[in-house]
Design a protein around this ligand. Structure first.
Ligand code: PLP
Length: 380
C-alpha cells in the first residue's frame, strides 16, 4: 500500500488525522455522486429495475468486504441506531436478563438497549477498563469475558473502542457468548473498512456499520449484516420494497404478507437511494481493491515512529496488541497541558478529536509519516 492522497481532494495545508469523525471523500465517489444527483432531472430515465439492481450490488460488495458467505444476510440502513434497533427488536429478552456493553460505548449501541432492558425488566451491565493503564487492553478484555454469564442475553459492543481504539478480541468473546447462548451484536462503524473483519470467522449475530467513516461512503447510509437467526424477524418499519414480488409495480396493492428472503426485510425504506447507494458501492469497491489488512498495515507504518516518540514523552498509548493502528488514543502525562496543545493543533490546522480523556488520532491512506511529524512537533 502506497500513499493515496492523490485520490482524495485534501488540501496540502491541512493535516487530517480525523477519519474516525468523518472520512474525506474519494474523488471517484464524488464523481459518482454528482452524476447520480443530476439523474433525477430526467426521471423517465430511471427504470423500475433501477429500484432494485444497485442495492443488490451494494449488499454483494459489503458481503465481500466482510467475508460473508451470503449477501442476502445484508441490509441497507440509514444509521447505526436503526440497524441496532432492528436487532434489538428481534431478540427475546426476559426479566432478570443482562445486556452487556463496554464502558463509554457510542450511544447508538446503548440507548436502544436501555429501552428494551427497561421494557422487559432486564439490566444493562457496563464493562469498565481497569483504573490503571498497566495491561489495560488485556485486562479490559478479561473483564468482558468474566462478565459473560448464564444471565447474559446480549453482548452489544464494538470491535475497537471509538474513543481510543482499544481492540476487543471478538473471537474469544464470541466463543464465550456461544457457551451461554447469548447474542453478539457488533457495531463495526469505527473498524470495518480499515481493520480486517470476517463474518465467517467471528460469526456475530449482527454487524452494523455506519458508512461515512471507514467505509469512505457518504453520510446517511450504512450497512448491516443479520445472521440467519434473524431470518424470520419483524423489522422496525414495514416498507413495500422489502416484500415478496415488489418488483411488480402493477401488483403492489395485492398486499403481500411474505418478506423477501433473509435480511432484506431490515433495509430502510427507499433503500434504492439513487444517490447514496452508488456512492457507497464505489467506496467499498476501492476498499476491496486495497484490502483492510493493507490499510491497517499502512497506518501502522506511518504512525509507529510518532507513537514511540510520544510514549517516550510520557504519553500512554495502548500496546500494539490491544489497539488498532487506524484509530488510537493518546493520553497525556500531567506535564503536557491539553488546552495549550489543542490551541496549537488548531492553529496549525491539524485535525484530531478529543474523546473522553484521550486525543483521538485516526489516519488513513491519504495520510503519510509527514502528518505524524507535524503532529508530534506540536508536543514540544
Ligand atoms: C462507534 C460509532 N457508532 C456509530 C456512530 C454513528 O451512529 P449513527 O449512525 O446512529 O448516528 C458513530 C459516530 O461517531 C460511532 O463512532
Amino acid at each position: 500500500m502506497q500513499h493515496q492522497k492523490h485520490l482524495f481532494d485534501l488540501s496540502n495545508d491541512i493535516t487530517y488525522l480525523n477519519g474516525a469523525y468523518m472520512s474525506p471523500q474519494l474523488q471517484s465517489v464524488t464523481e459518482v455522486g454528482l452524476m447520480a444527483v443530476t439523474q433525477k432531472a430526467k426521471p423517465y430515465k430511471i427504470t423500475g429495475e433501477d429500484f432494485f439492481t444497485q442495492k443488490e450490488i451494494l449488499k454483494q460488495r459489503f458481503a465481500t468486504l466482510v467475508g460473508a458467505l451470503d449477501y442476502k444476510n445484508m441490509a441497507i440502513i440509514p444509521s447505526v441506531s436503526y440497524g441496532i434497533a432492528n436487532a434489538a427488536q428481534n431478540i427475546p429478552i426476559h426479566m432478570g436478563d443482562e445486556i452487556l456493553v463496554v464502558d463509554e460505548q457510542f450511544p447508538s449501541n446503548v440507548y436502544i438497549w436501555q429501552e428494551v432492558a427497561q421494557k422487559h425488566g432486564a439490566s444493562i451491565k457496563i464493562i469498565k477498563p481497569p483504573v490503571s493503564f498497566k495491561n489495560r487492553g488485556a485486562l479490559w478484555n478479561q473483564n468482558i469475558l468474566d462478565a459473560i454469564t448464564k444471565k447474559t442475553t446480549v453482548v452489544a459492543m464494538p470491535h475497537i473502542h471509538w474513543a481510543d481504539g482499544t481492540l476487543f478480541d471478538l473471537k474469544t468473546i464470541r466463543e464465550r457468548t456461544k457457551s451461554v447462548d447469548a447474542f453478539l451484536i457488533i457495531d463495526g462503524t469505527q473498524s470495518v473498512g480499515a481493520l480486517p473483519f470476517s463474518i465467517d470467522e467471528i460469526a456475530p449475530d449482527a454487524l452494523i456499520c455506519g458508512g461515512y467513516k471507514w467505509l469512505l461512503g457518504p453520510y446517511s447510509i450504512g450497512m448491516a449484516y443479520y445472521s440467519d437467526a434473524f431470518n424470520e424477524g419483524i423489522p422496525i418499519e414495514q416498507n413495500w420494497m422489502n416484500r415478496y414480488n415488489s418488483e411488480d409495480f402493477t401488483g403492489l396493492t395485492q398486499y403481500e404478507n411474505r418478506y423477501k428472503e433473509k435480511a432484506a426485510r431490515y433495509s430502510v425504506g427507499e433503500s434504492s437511494n439513487f444517490v447514496l447507494t452508488p456512492m457507497l458501492i464505489r467506496a467499498i469497491e476501492q476498499l476491496i481493491e486495497w484490502t483492510p489488512a493493507a490499510i491497517q498495515d499502512y497506518c501502522k507504518r506511518i504512525s509507529e515512529e510518532a507513537v514511540e516518540y510520544l510514549k517516550q514523552l510520557g504519553c500512554f498509548i495502548e500496546d500494539d496488541l490491544y489497539r488498532a493502528h487506524h484509530l488510537f488514543g493518546i493520553y497525556l502525562p500531567n506535564h503536557i497541558d491539553l488546552e495549550l496543545l489543542k490551541s496549537k493543533l488548531k492553529r496549525e490546522d491539524i485535525f484530531v478529536s478529543y474523546r473522553g480523556n484521550a486525543i483521538r488520532v485516526s489516519p488513513n491512506v491519504y495520510n503519510s509519516k509527514i502528518d505524524f511529524d507535524r503532529l508530534t512537533s506540536q508536543f514540544n
